[in-house]
Design a protein. Structure first.
Length: 94
């Protein structure tokens, strides 16, 4: 099998700095976030009208959002999350 790897390797451009280092984790339903919330030790984002949990992993801010089921509500929730501020990575679980 020599030659090129099946999937290209993508490196980080190292331009992410300071407070802008944020990851948004999206899930259709609350139970799907349980493993993420527990793994990252996130806390309930009480008083936040958008995100359900928040915390940090090293220098990174991590927030979660329940999108709801179906493409239309997931698209709307994702757009709201991205409009809430700078975000370097988006993860979808579930």
């Amino acid at each position: 099998m020599g030659g090129r790897p099946r999937y290209p390797t993508i490196g980080h451009d190292e331009r992410v700095t300071g407070l802008a280092k944020r990851v948004v984790v999206l899930a259709p339903m609350q139970p799907e976030l349980k493993a993420i919330v527990n793994s990252f030790g996130l806390r309930s984002a009480e008083g936040d009208d958008l995100f359900t949990h928040a915390g940090s992993a090293g220098d990174w801010s991590v927030v979660t959002l329940v999108t709801g089921m179906g493409p239309a509500v997931a698209r709307e929730a994702t757009q709201r999350a991205l409009a809430a501020g700078p975000c370097e990575h988006v993860m979808v679980v579930g």
